[in-house]
Design a protein around this ligand. Sequence first.
Ligand SMILES: Nc1ncnc2c1ncn2[C@@H]1O[C@H](COP(=O)(O)OS(=O)(=O)O)[C@@H](OP(=O)(O)O)[C@H]1O
Ligand SMILES: Nc1ncnc2c1ncn2[C@@H]1O[C@H](COP(=O)(O)OP(=O)(O)O)[C@@H](O)[C@H]1O
Length: 202
Amino acid sequence: MGKSTNITWHDQTVTKQQRRENNKHHSCVLWFTGLSGSGKSTVANAVAKRLFDDRINSYVLDGDNIRFGINKDLGFSEEDRKENIRRIGEVSKLFVDSGQVVLTAFISPFREDRDKVRELLNEDEFIEIYIKCSLEACEARDPKGLYEKARQGIIKDFTGISSPYEEPNNPEIVVDTEENSIEECVELIVNYLKDKNFYIAE
Ligand SMILES: Nc1ncnc2c1ncn2[C@@H]1O[C@H](COP(=O)(O)OS(=O)(=O)O)[C@@H](OP(=O)(O)O)[C@H]1O
Ligand SMILES: Nc1ncnc2c1ncn2[C@@H]1O[C@H](COP(=O)(O)OP(=O)(O)O)[C@@H](O)[C@H]1O
């Protein structure tokens, strides 16, 4: 229980199942995790475009964007990162309940926090996608110039440099953005969804 007392859960009249049947597809979280610059946003948005073209309702939640709004009170300490992921987990569950596919692009560096999100959902609703890319390659890409600032000590607690990243032990999907093109990464993910019949309401 949280801080609130005297609260009661209300079931909705329209169920998740009915929403899925209306949408004609399953709903789930595609949870992208990886270092800054590994390609989470790029691949998540490319998958979302493909899902859109295939008439699947989806929405991308992106670390940077979320920190402009709902999570603007959080920084990058371990405690704040944990709270960041906890909130996104809860928001993702609402998206799944609404019958949509939600793609989350957060570093989400701690295994325990990702596993807690997994536990919030049914087994077939949480798909962890490890966006694999070496620190060296991410640093060479440095699309926002953040690694350079982290190396100079201008940014503290930077993932991979001065803050840890824990690789997933058993992710549903691994895409290596040093080995595979963006299009190949999208194909791998969409083929996984098709193999698991996600394009069909169940
Ligand atoms: N200290 C530090 N460490 C890591 N990243 C930093 C930091 N400061 C700012 N940024 C920018 O914030 C983006 C990561 O936010 P996330 O919400 O995904 O991080 S976390 O999951 O809570 O660890 C991250 O976005 P991506 O590069 O898309 O991963 C950075 O642009
Ligand atoms: N195969 C690939 N998949 C994804 N991004 C790639 C790939 N190859 C090169 N890139 C580049 O790497 C950078 C990844 O940045 P971004 O998607 O913002 O990463 P993240 O969201 O993980 O911080 C982009 O500039 C992108 O064009």
